[in-house]
Ligand binder design. Sequence first.
Ligand code: BTN
Length: 327
Amino acid sequence: MKHEARILQEFYRAGTDGIVGATLQTNTRLDGEVIEATIRELRRKGFGIESHPYQGFCLSESPDILWDADLTARLGSATGIVGRQLLVVEETTSTNDEAERLALKEAPEGLVVLAEIQTRGRGRLGRTWHGRSGKSLLLSVLLRPAWRVAELPRLTIMGAVAVCRAVERLAAIRPAIKWPNDVMVEGRKLAGILTEMRAESYRVRYVVLGIGVNVNQEAAEFPTELTGRCESLRTLTGRTWNRAEVTTLLLQELDQIYERVNEGRFKEVAAEWQDRCTTLGQWISVRSGSSRQTGFAESIDEEGGLLLRTGQGLLQRITSGDVTVIS
Ligand code: BTN
């Protein structure tokens, strides 16, 4: 772990109690001079570090930057797999591309790639995902689950539940899920999830779970074609949020959920997803390519597929598509 990360981790752990220099030296195994130089560097980056004669050092403010050392410090040992390795890049075509490139170089499961700018950010069904530098959260998580290809829709479900939980831990907002992957508040989109994978025969080689969250955009900062269709944490709460904090909560939730699913407890996650899903219990129309199916959205199955009861009473399983509620 970098010096900066070790020191920040101690600050986050100490919270408002602060930490005295001697304890900081012991815990980080860094000498006084290195600590002083690193603290100067951290202050230059925008971290508010106060030093009191008795209380020692206390972190009063963290800048809204995405920096691997800060994220590593915040995560500490709170996650087992997700966030084991972190990569923050300024610009990329898509964090999913970046994660995939590293997956092919045998990057470890749990790698998280974050970017400020995506030049070809993508959504489901070939759509563009619009992020805004300094304001959105654009990240991808590399996972290597020992699952069958048919079980992959589970990942989208995991991602959507993790986003909802993280948002709820931050603010008094209860997001809903629109099948399969839209995280919505009051009918407008707050976050989206794009799962991409490589499989050999029917076994998964790796999966990239891409998540985009609108954090600090103002309403006028969304593209005009999306006017009235998006929300950000800022538009919902009237304040700005530290994206590193949002990322930390999201990765913690995702890690917990992934662990649970790997313990064979997907049913619990699916139940939570069902609870939050506004698509179920409604007459809907699902468009996929040139085909359209209409029916009553009954439930999701073990593998994350949507079970649609048609007007003729048949049960259809849908794995992808765009849902419209028929009023
Ligand atoms: C959707 O709602 O259609 C899915 C949107 C997914 C967007 C995220 S942003 C990070 C990652 N990189 C991408 O290019 N897409 C996903």
